[in-house]
Design a protein around this ligand. Structure first.
Ligand SMILES: [Cu+2]
Length: 488
């Protein structure tokens, strides 16, 4: 079991053990093989792509195994460079661990990897002079806790076109969009950390250990989010493709998704990177507006809505941003009610929906995941009439879906248990959901086209009780009239 700790927290004997192991595998020629494995890999097969994270996880894992062998300590773990606490005065840059910044020419003159003690190699494996660092010259700051937390909040793992332009967690962590975590660390150190031979600086492994820890934290925070893509992306990127320049076996992303099964344990340190799901802000259902802004590409802002009673509600954004709203509930943050993109003014989104009493989550993002912008959000009831009642074996009720995403809720009471038909008629492609008994939220069944034409029909044996039927258009953007009836 490798225990991976914040490098700043290592004891002096842990520091000595780590440094001795690195120097030993350097002496054996093993260290430089890692530099070449990284330098000779196809740049865009292991960076700017989904496999960036699993490739480097496997890479530093193999390096750690070599350190364990050299030290004879099977629990030796790579230390991680905790960026928010990792500036030039942090103890990981002390002379008993990494040594410090380079001199005015960038040459490292302190610590175990100083000029004269440590020689870097070029991509052909030839000696290429001293280790160089030029701290802060290419990037002035290191990632902060809030920047890291913001990136850990991003989902999904990755998106098409699976490159440096993609939105999603991987690209924000790698650094081509958003806060820029990984790329910035390489830039901040500068010197030998800039080219594809960057593993020449031992801080590379502590840097990628931090990257890997953040991926691990993300996996813990989002257990329902998996590695993507699972197929149809360039070879080497899909979940079960072999990765470039990685020894077999276990050279596929799927083989390295679970750190703990690799025997890796991350010790949290200092300011813990908290799981990202912030408590959603309550959106009052009145005339007021809440102002919000998307400050990180791909950010999703969540609101909670507590519908006090069955009513039709209008939820809408205003402003110049192209917003998209998704509504979940009631009382289930994963049960999607509806999505809207441009139902409001200009590019704003609007949901008009009859909602049962209960708690809902409204998620708002921008249509373009790379853009930033602000908006106002408001929600209010637009009708609080009682739920219309359908008389069993009575006349049909005529109604219409008049807005994008509208749905109508009805109730009926069963006093003569047995088979009941609930069906719509007309020229509209309806979709119905049946709830009950005595619950607006306990779903019994859905139907799209079992009725005549594109109409819906459900036939259920119903015990006594009160039941609820929700009718919507099959297409969230279409409208049309229909009639509905219940027959025993
Ligand atoms: Cu790399």
């Amino acid at each position: 079991m490798a225990i991976r700790k914040d490098a700043n927290t290592l004891t002096s004997s842990e520091r000595a053990e780590f440094v001795a192991a690195v120097l030993e595998i350097k002496r054996l020629g093993i260290y430089d093989q890692f530099v070449l494995r990284h330098a000779r890999a196809n740049m865009t097969a292991i960076h700017r792509c989904p496999a960036f994270l699993p490739w480097h996880r496997r890479f530093i894992y193999d390096f750690e195994i070599e350190l364990q062998r050299a030290s004879g300590n099977p629990n030796l773990g790579l230390p991680y460079w905790n960026w928010p606490d990792g500036g030039e005065t942090a103890s990981l840059w002390d002379d008993d661990l990494l040594g410090g910044n380079g001199d005015t020419n960038g040459v490292v003159r302190t610590g175990p990897f100083r000029s004269g003690r440590w020689t870097i190699v070029n991509r052909n494996g030839q000696a290429n002079g001293a280790l160089r660092r030029e701290m802060r010259q290419n990037a002035s700051s290191l990632p902060t806790i809030s920047e890291i937390t913001g990136v850990v909040a991003q989902t999904p793992y990755d998106t098409a076109p699976w490159d440096a332009s993609a939105s999603g967690f991987r690209n924000q962590l790698e650094g081509f969009i958003g806060a820029n975590l990984h790329n910035r660390g390489h830039m901040w150190v500068g010197g030998s950390m800039l080219p594809m031979t960057s593993p020449n600086d031992p801080v590379f492994f502590m840097h990628h250990c931090m990257v890997d820890k953040i991926w691990h934290d993300w996996q813990v925070a989002h257990p329902s989010q998996g590695y993507q893509p699972t197929g149809n992306a360039p070879f080497g990127q899909n979940l079960t493709d072999p990765m470039d320049s990685t020894p077999t076996p276990n050279n596929r992303p799927i083989d390295v998704l679970d750190s703990s099964s690799l025997g890796i344990e991350y010790q949290q340190s200092g300011e813990i990177i908290v799981p990202p799901i912030a408590t959603p802000q309550l959106l009052p259902l009145d005339e007021s507006f809440i102002n919000a802004s998307i400050n990180i590409p791909g950010e999703v802002i969540r609101f909670q809505i507590d519908a006090p009673e069955f009513a039709s509600y209008r939820l809408e954004t205003s402003g110049n941003s192209d917003t998209v709203m998704s509504l979940f509930g009631p009382n289930d943050a994963r049960a999607l009610v509806t999505v809207n993109d441009d139902g409001g003014e200009n590019l704003n989104s609007r949901i008009v929906q009859s909602l049962s009493a209960g708690s809902y989550i409204l998620e708002i993002r921008l249509y373009n995941p790379n853009s930033l912008g602000s908006f106002s959000i408001s929600g209010q009831p637009i009708g609080t009439s009682a739920i219309p009642t359908l008389a069993v074996n009575g006349v049909q009720t005529n109604a219409a879906i008049s807005f994008s995403n509208e749905s109508d809720l009805y109730r009926f009471t069963v006093t003569n248990p047995g088979a009941h038909n609930i069906e719509t008629e007309g020229q509209t492609d309806t979709f119905i959901s049946l709830y009950g008994p005595n619950s607006q939220t306990a779903l019994l069944d859905n139907d799209d086209d079992s009725g005549s034409g594109l109409n819906s029909r459900l036939r259920w044996n119903l015990p006594n009780g009160e039941y609820f039927v929700r009718v919507r258009h099959y297409s969230p953007v279409s409208t049309g009239s229909y009639s509905i009836r219940v027959n025993r």
